[in-house]
Ligand binder design. Structure first.
Ligand code: ATP
Length: 286
């Protein structure tokens, strides 16, 4: 798939910038991006686009979990090449994580400890422990995990787990945070509360959060910036009001408006099925 960014993607001070980036997962595989140049907007940015178009890959590249085959990515002004050794070198990994955290769609924890203990450990390893202590209560309130602090991670439902992981990410306190479908199993009112807080958190702390979502309603309500992926390979970054207009979304998805909403619901159900098997998709008491 050849992706070519459009001209509104330039910002010399962008928190993350892609400069002529090409990437494929293996030499014999199709390119996910070809010569992509893009400036990630500041604040809470939603990545919106069809399935399999490259949203996760873009976040993994920006978070120095993957590296370009060609071109360069700058993260807070520094090339992600500085973190090439992160997988092999724990110091390098920690330096990278203190710059950028990544919340995966499915994360597993082997610890026998409680969520409360885990959050304490995350806060004390934080890039900024004083700030983590200051924000702890509001993070617990926004994510609604306070009643779960005594639970072991294995005991949490998928929706509870997603809320717990968001709390961890916020308490760890990296200046850039990538979230891959962070609320697909979370009940809608709680998901809105979380995004309202993430928006405030970004504005208050000057943090950049990128989240891939299939829920255009959430993006329209909370996004401060948008990266819109078109079916034909164009990737454009910019203002939510412009990029999330009905007309622009219909062009990007090559689909009429009504079917976009049906697709979102189907995709959310599919993610839940894939991650839960037969388990309850979320705690109904949320
Ligand atoms: N680990 C991998 N190895 C090989 N190909 C991959 C890998 N991960 C993703 N891909 C391919 O890269 C392309 C982009 O995938 P990506 O997961 O980034 O899309 P996405 O927009 O996040 O999709 P979705 O909305 O379904 O989560 C797809 O063609 C996918 O099949």
């Amino acid at each position: 798939m050849a992706n070519h960014a459009t001209s509104n993607n330039k910002d010399g001070n962008a928190p993350i910038a892609f400069h002529g980036v090409s990437f494929s997962y293996a030499p014999d595989q199709e390119m996910v991006f070809t010569d992509l140049s893009l400036a990630m907007p500041r604040g809470l940015t939603f990545l919106v686009g069809p399935n399999g178009i490259g949203k996760t890959t873009l976040m993994l590249l920006g978070a120095a979990r993957l590296f370009p085959c060609q071109g360069e990515i700058t993260l807070l002004g520094t090339s992600t090449e500085d973190f090439l050794e992160a997988e092999a070198d724990p110091d390098c990994e920690e330096r990278r994580n203190q710059q950028v955290s990544f919340i995966y769609q499915n994360m597993e924890f082997e610890t026998e400890g409680s969520l409360g203990e885990l959050l304490d450990a995350v806060s004390s390893n934080s890039a900024d422990p004083a700030s983590a202590a200051l924000h702890r209560q509001e993070v617990l309130d926004a994510t609604g995990v306070e009643p779960l602090l005594g639970s072991r991670m294995q005991e949490l439902s998928k929706g509870e787990m997603q809320r717990a992981i968001i709390a961890m990410g916020l308490l760890y306190g990296s200046p850039v945070l990538m979230m891959d479908e962070p609320v697909f199993a979370v009940e809608p009112e709680r998901a809105e509360r979380i995004f309202a807080y993430l928006r405030e958190y970004c504005a208050g702390k000057g943090v950049t959060i990128c989240a891939s979502v299939h829920d255009v309603h959430l993006a329209r309500k909370f996004a401060q910036g948008v990266v819109l992926f078109h079916t034909d390979g164009v990737v454009e970054a910019g203002d939510p009001q412009e990029l999330l207009s009905r007309e622009r979304l219909e062009v990007a998805f090559k689909a009429p408006w009504d079917t976009l909403y049906q697709r979102q619901t189907l995709y959310r159900d599919m993610l839940n099925q894939a991650s839960l098997g037969d388990a309850d998709p979320d705690d109904p008491s949320e």
